[in-house]
Ligand binder design. Structure first.
Ligand code: FAD
Length: 281
């Protein structure tokens, strides 16, 4: 954690692009509330294969028009070089200078017909075509990516992304600080010194969290899973327990030198704001 301790902390909040006018209004309200916490930026996810291309851009432009810094995610799987070039040119036209660059996942059963296989190729492409005009964030996996052949392979994949030109990284969410600190130490041992900001998933609904974790490989520790299962439909208890667990997680991460926090907000302000207030940030 040595290099992480020297850095200015970065706090950011992630949204998904709304697909109805009501969703867009709600997101504007959520962003307004969260903006009071003074994050460095908001980010907006991107559907693999370009499925949310317009909506992601729309959401980013709406956030920027409301005076907030906002970065679109961009994923490359299933896309051609020309598709990606066009999207980035469009971002450039709108003055966007910050992206979260990902491989993405195509829906199961869909064949990948694009020209990119892994995120390092996207990062290299952005640097090759646009030099340093974009600040590039990439994804990191302290519990390792579920498709990685081995932990070591995944670390080398991460290193390739960084060496291709990533400026900083945001992690998949986790509830066990050891995996994060170990990952950061391993990156430092490989000579990587970029900020690796922990991704934080507040706990609101157990069924949703379990679904995300099954898909992403982000572990819910057994004791947390058992507690949440035991609450059944008692959402107030799930929320109260989740707030305690996630606030402590954030507190431990920051106390040990994590260079900020990136909250997966699910377009809701409530849990993130409460955690923030409890942390006294
Ligand atoms: P990569 O870094 O390419 O890694 C994917 C897998 O391939 C890993 O197992 C890696 O070890 C392996 N790998 C990499 N290079 C090689 C190689 N040369 N040979 C063999 N194996 C290799 N998804 C979306 O669709 N939209 C989003 O907006 C989005 N936002 C995200 C934001 C964050 C902060 C995070 C953590 C994830 C996000 N995701 C998003 C999910 C992400 O797209 C998936 O986790 C996806 O499976 C991997 O993307 P990646 O960019 O990490 O891929």
């Amino acid at each position: 954690m040595e290099s992480q301790k020297k850095l200015v902390r970065t706090f950011s909040f992630e949204f998904f692009p709304p697909n109805t006018p009501e969703g867009a209004d709600k997101l504007a309200q959520t962003a307004k509330q969260l903006a009071q916490l003074n994050p460095k930026f908001f980010s907006v996810t991107y559907g693999a294969g370009g499925s949310t291309r317009e909506r992601t851009l729309r959401a980013v432009l709406d956030l920027r028009a409301a005076g907030h810094a906002a970065a679109p995610h961009i994923s490359c799987v299933g896309s051609s070089r020309n598709d990606i070039r066009e999207i980035l040119k469009e971002y450039q036209t709108h003055g966007i200078r910050h992206v979260v660059a990902l491989r993405g996942d195509l829906p199961s059963g869909t064949a990948a017909s694009g020209e990119f296989h892994y995120a390092n190729e996207l990062v290299a492409f952005i640097r090759g075509e646009f030099s340093d005009q974009f600040h590039i964030e990439v994804a990191a996996y302290p519990e390792y990516h579920p498709q990685a052949r081995s932990a070591q392979d995944d670390l080398l994949s991460f290193k390739r992304k960084v060496e291709a030109g990533a400026d900083s990284a945001i992690t998949q969410y986790f509830y066990n600080t050891d995996c994060y600190f170990h990952f950061v130490d391993e990156c430092e041992a490989m000579g990587l010194s970029l900020p690796i900001v922990p991704g934080i998933m507040p706990i609101g609904r157990f069924s949703q969290l379990a679904r995300f974790s099954d898909a992403s490989g982000a572990e819910i520790p057994r004791w947390i899973r058992r507690k949440l299962e035991g609450y059944g439909d008692d959402t107030a208890s799930i929320r109260a327990f989740g707030l305690d667990v996630v606030t402590k997680l954030c507190d431990d991460l920051l106390a040990a030198g994590a260079p900020g926090l990136h909250f997966y907000t699910m377009n809701q302000a409530g849990l993130t704001t409460t955690i923030w207030q409890r942390l006294g940030l």
